[in-house]
Structures are given as C-alpha cells and as structure tokens.
Design a protein around this ligand. Sequence first.
Ligand code: ADP
Length: 230
Amino acid sequence: MERIDGRAFDELRPIKIEAGVLKRADGSCYIEWGKNKVYAAVYGPKEVLPRHLERNDRAILRCRYNMAPFSVEDRKRPGPDRRAVEIGKVMSGALEPAILLHHYPRSMIEISVEVVQANAGTRCAGLTAVSVALADAGIPMRDIVPSCAAGKVEGQIVLDLAKEEDNEGEADVPVAIIPRLNQITLLQMDGKLSEKEVEDTVNLAIKGCNEVYKLQVDALKRKYEGAEYE
Ligand code: ADP
C-alpha cells in the first residue's frame, strides 16, 4: 500500500527539534513534526497558585495545551475546550512518573504547549517538546519522555498518521514511554482494532518513540554544545 505522502508503513514524518528557543521561559522547545508546529514552555518550580493545590511532599505539574485559532484549516474558536483539557491532563499524566517531583515540595511546575500549526499528532509532538523543555529548564528527571502514534489506515498498521490519514483511518493510538523505566505512560485509542492489531500498533508506536528519543537527545546536545557560559 502506498501512503498519501509516500512514506513507508514504519516511517516517521520529518521531525526537527530545537531546545531553548524562548528567552522568558525557564525552559523551552520548538518542534516541527511533519506539518505540525508546536512550542513548549516550562516555568518553575515556583509558588503554587491556587494555594489549595499545594502538596507538602512534592511539586505539582500543571499542563496547559492550546491550539491557536490559525493552527487549523477552519479557524478554531479561541480558548480552552474539552479536548484541550483532556490533552493537558493526559500529557501531565505521561510526564509525572518521569519527573523527580519530590525534589520540590510545595511548588509547581507550569507547562504550556502552544500549537501554532496542526496536522494530527499534536499531543505527541507537544509531549515530545515538553520533555526537552523540562530538561532545558534543568528539572531533574528519570528520563526524557518521547511520544509517537501509530494507527490503522486502509487495513494496514502504520506509524505516525498525518491528518489526511487520520481522517480516513480506522484507528489512531498515541503512545508515550519512559525508555529507561521501560514504562508506557500514555496510551489512548481512537477507533477500532482487534486484540492482535492493538499489540502490533502499540509496538510500532514504541519503535517510533525510540526514534523520537534520539532526536530529543540530539536537540539537547546541540543546545549545550552551542551554549555560551557567562
Ligand atoms: P492530535 O492532534 O493529538 O492527533 P486529535 O486526534 O484530537 O489530536 O486531533 C487530530 C487533528 O485534528 C489535530 O492535530 C488537528 O489537525 C485537527 N483538529 C483538532 N481539533 C480541531 C479543531 N477544533 N478544528 C479543526 N481541526 C482540529
């Protein structure tokens, strides 16, 4: 089967990652993943607001996902919606086990994901950018968290669905992993798959995550090799 953009079934879209792109954030990252363009910014650890969310034994993570009105073909209504709240939640769930939150009791790490151009897979692109931004902010982590989806299009299991494939596809399964802990921290499924297909799809997504991981490490290396120390 030929894919719409000519990719092999197990081929990622082109990915470019740049760490430390925003001066005002404590850590940041910009990612281009196919036609997706996403910024991630990290602030903190800082004071917890609202106060009642404060935890005595650890930092809390707040993750905000936003899609710009001009990020999609038909202008998106600005402001948060159910989808954005859901994605913020699953992203923070995917990251929490990787971050040494107990190092920062009574504080908060604030994460913003801004999607400026969307073409399917923005939660994976966002998550991938966030862990680079967290590392850029110097937040101690057990490992960085790569994310990638796989799914089913015209009866075939394929890696990293682009928007056109997502529209026609039978299923989309975004995954995030913590490689060093051998742990899956995000697994969602939209669509219908048999048990065997679920297994194949998740395994293919994990393979994609491992490729993405290398690009994250490269981006961080580039940032620190090029850094000017004052
Ligand atoms: P993800 O971006 O993580 O794949 P979804 O599966 O919910 O999340 O969305 C798939 C794609 O659909 C998005 O990447 C985007 O291109 C498009 N999309 C999402 N929400 C909207 C919206 N409100 N208006 C237009 N397109 C949207």
